[in-house]
Design a protein. Structure first.
Length: 799
């Protein structure tokens, strides 16, 4: 029959429904259905609370601040620029914004539209309780999907003992579970059995290749210029890449945008001065921080007083941090930060017949632009230049020879974060890096190039109230480029045939891979959670350590036709718990990690600072598994943590140890650290740390014999014995006198490194005594200790 509209026609929201009278449903049913959809739409409406969190005293962005909607189990943390975005359904909410060391902000909002809320948090006074602050920050740590992540501010570690009177952020990192110093006193560190070149060190997004001054005893990071740092050793977010073990992301201070201020210190090893202030109040600010060693200024006069001579000997270091930022509008900000550091070591004879001169240093420069497209869409674009250089000049009897090594990077990086809802965040981006490697290899200057491309995406979302997922992936491509001459070699590593020559920038070899990053969190209850994660990482640049020296004579080299990228796969599971009225946080994590394409030198290799031939490398695999326990207290006058690590790390190389597995140099089975900070009153505060760990493995000959009058060592097993167990206690006391002037404050820091003078061997050697002809020949094992009982004092001031 023909379809004819009639009075049964119904109109609703631009939709027309024609219904035959004999098939028409009642008006009541239609209206009920309409009301249902309208109610559903109203219930699903969400709005966004967003803004920046800063310190009102200086305008600094606060990183990692927790913003919680109480009663909803929903919250977010500020990003590296202090920005947050929290989407919630329409309604009334109690919002608590908290940060360790600051007074929390507790407010009530009627959310019926998007709200832009820029927040300032005031530093906590001595009389305020920290329980609420820490409870919220630690609850957020329990709720996060990430494991093996530690975020520290300079204020939170200011009372820890110092080395040589100099605060050192890398020494604090080494007190965390799963982190080991590369050697005693060293700024380099190993994470979960990895090598120390497998750590990505970032300063305002720029890579720092060499982290140490004074032969790595003092780090290059001046704590007066640092705002905060975050270590990722378990779950690595997809936005990070390029290293196989960990990421240490360090953020510089932005500069006081409210008023001009300064701070400084005078110490035994180094002195420093920092100035900061507004160029345009609340709109543009700057920071300049300089540090210089005082070793040469003290040592030379003392040597001359006692009849010694340092006429041709010298050592000093200096570094400079500078940063300026400009707020164009509420949606656009620009940051420009720089770092330059340099060490100079000179040794020579008094008659000037011999002189050894080796300067080295780092350079970083970062230009960043933040843009806020909306309250849910945040973008950052960065232009980065960074590098490390080392020049070595040897002069003897009027003849000089110079060896150079340098790595230089230029990169463009961009990322976009979309806060889709209160329980959903998507982040994507990419980076292009141009590497240039310069090595003076046996009087032949080699320049090698690498181009690194990467894109990533991560999706973090909730399923219900208990489950949270962070699923991401990172795609990498690395091109090894010429100039490059390719040869074939015989078994003696001699070139036998020329294959072809690659021109400058011509691609020699390309590597591609996809790195999955997955982490899942399940809330057992509101105070505890279980987490599980899998992370894959790749590394395209490698540090070749062949000098056998404390000097920075090692080489950075790219992946090539022979040198493949290092790969690591890590699986981890963990448990987090807040207890004792939210004053204590307990974490337990177990992990298993495999590593491929690790680089070592063969047993017949002779260390040399002039040789960097790929033909001397051997390649193998590694495994590491263990667990980490940590009990942390961030409240009250007594704060600190206790950490324990069990780690079993092994290596297997076809060309080493007869192809059998052996303990890695980083195999430290047991590691216990106890850290405590106590604020007695407004004048006195104290700090201590105690470390106990298993000895490192090393190789000794299993037998010795004479052949043709020469003593020959017979080695059968690699890393077959261990050094004695290592233990050390450090203490410090800080005294803050009552200020005599309104805007000038000062403090004295007294510290003792290795309080009970424990002689911890760093390495051992064999001393042959006697002669075989007299039948009194013996070999004695002797050890070398670097750092005994060492007191220090420093004076700090600010205005």
């Amino acid at each position: 029959s023909e379809w004819i509209p009639s009075d049964d026609q119904l109109l609703f929201s631009q939709y027309v429904c024609f219904v035959k009278s004999k098939k028409c449903k009642t008006m009541k049913h239609v209206l009920l259905l309409t009301v249902f959809f309208i109610s559903f739409a109203t219930f699903g409406q969400t709005y966004t609370l967003s803004g920046y969190v800063t310190d009102p005293a200086n305008g600094e962005s606060l990183i990692g601040v927790t913003i919680m909607a109480t009663g909803t189990n929903k919250g977010v943390v500020t990003n590296n620029y202090g920005f947050y975005s929290l989407s919630l359904p329409t309604g009334n909410y109690r919002i608590i914004i908290s940060y360790v060391g600051y007074e929390p902000l507790d407010t009530t909002l009627n959310l019926k539209g998007n709200i832009s809320l820029n927040v300032t948090l005031h530093e906590k006074s001595q009389k305020l309780t920290e329980i609420v602050i820490t409870a919220n920050s630690d609850r957020e740590k329990v709720r996060k999907t990430g494991m093996g992540t530690e975020t520290l501010t300079m204020k939170s570690i200011s009372n820890l003992p110092v080395v040589f009177g100099e605060s050192d952020v890398l020494k604090v990192i080494q007190l965390m579970p799963g982190v080991q110093p590369a050697s005693e006193g060293s700024s380099g560190f190993n994470v979960r059995g990895g090598n120390y070149d497998q750590n990505l060190l970032l300063l305002d997004e720029a890579v720092v290749y060499n982290p140490g001054h004074i032969f790595s005893f003092v780090s290059v990071f001046n704590d007066d210029a640092i705002n905060s740092m975050t270590l990722y050793k378990g779950t690595m977010p997809a936005e990070y890449g390029g290293r196989a073990s960990s990421v240490l992301d360090i953020s510089m201070k932005e500069g006081n945008s409210k008023k001009f201020s300064g701070k400084g210190s005078i110490g035994i090893i180094a002195s420093k001065l920092t100035l900061e202030g507004p160029v345009i109040k609340d709109k543009c600010s700057f920071l300049i921080s300089a540090r210089r060693s005082t070793i040469d200024l003290i040592a030379k006069p003392m040597m001359n007083m006692h009849g010694g001579s340092m006429q041709n000997d010298n050592y000093y270091f200096y570094d400079l941090n500078a940063k300026i930022n400009y707020k164009f509008s509420d949606k656009d900000r620009l940051f420009f930060s720089n770092y330059f550091g340099r060490d100079v070591f000179v040794f020579g004879t008094d008659d000037n017949r011999f002189k050894f001169d080796i300067p080295w240093g780092n350079l970083t420069s970062t230009l960043r632009w933040n843009h806020l497209f909306s309250d849910k869409l945040f973008m950052n674009v960065s232009f980065i230049h960074n590098g490390f250089f080392r020049d070595m000049t040897t002069t003897q009897d009027g003849f000089s020879e110079t060896k150079n090594s340098e790595i230089s990077d230029q990169s463009l990086k961009a990322d976009l974060t979309w806060y889709t809802s209160f329980n959903h965040r998507i982040k994507t981006g990419g980076q292009v890096i141009n590497h240039l490697f310069t090595v003076d290899n046996d009087n032949t200057i080699e320049k090698r190039r690498g181009a690194e491309f990467s894109v990533f995406i991560l999706d973090e979302f909730d399923l219900g109230s208990d489950w949270r997922f962070n699923i991401g992936a990172r795609f990498n491509q690395f091109n090894f480029m010429g100039k490059y001459d390719e040869y074939s070699y015989n078994e003696n590593k001699e070139p036998v045939q020329f294959i072809r020559s690659y021109e400058d920038f011509e691609t020699v070899k390309t590597y591609r891979n996809v790195e999955p990053r997955i982490s899942v969190r399940y809330m057992v209850n509101e105070k505890s959670s279980v987490k599980i994660a899998y992370t894959q990482n790749s590394q395209f640049v490698h540090l070749i350590s062949n000098s056998g020296s404390a000097l920075p004579l090692d080489f950075w080299v790219p992946s090539s036709k022979l040198v493949k990228p290092q790969l690591s796969n890590q699986f981890s599971i963990g448990y987090s718990l807040n207890f004792f009225k939210d004053m204590l946080l307990f974490t337990a994590e177990a992990y298993g990690k495999s590593m491929e394409n690790l680089i070592e030198f063969g047993d017949d290799f002779v260390p040399s600072y002039t040789n960097n031939s790929e033909l001397d490398y051997v390649f193998g695999e590694g495994t590491s598994h263990g667990f980490e326990l940590m009990l942390k207290k961030n409240t009250g006058k007594l704060q600190g943590w206790i950490g324990y690590t069990f780690c079993n790390t092994n290596r297997i190389f076809d060309d080493l140890n007869d192809g059998n597995e052996f303990p890695a140099n980083t195999d430290i089975r047991h590691d216990l650290s106890v850290v405590a900070m106590y604020a007695l009153n407004q004048h006195w505060s104290f700090g201590m740390d105690f470390v106990f760990k298993s000895g490192k493995p090393f190789t000794v000959p299993t037998s010795r014999y004479y052949m043709d009058g020469e003593l020959v060592d017979q080695y059968t097993t690699r890393n077959n014995v261990r050094l004695p167990a290592y233990n050390r206690l450090d203490i410090s006391a800080t005294y803050k006198p009552t200020p005599k002037y309104k805007r000038f404050n000062s403090e004295w820091v007294f510290a003792i490194y290795n309080v009970y003078n424990r002689m911890n061997p760093t390495f051992v050697y064999f001393d042959n005594q006697g002669t075989t002809s007299e039948n009194d020949f013996v070999t004695k094992t002797k050890s070398v200790t670097l750092l005994p009982f060492m007191p220090s004092v420093s004076y700090k001031f600010n205005f």
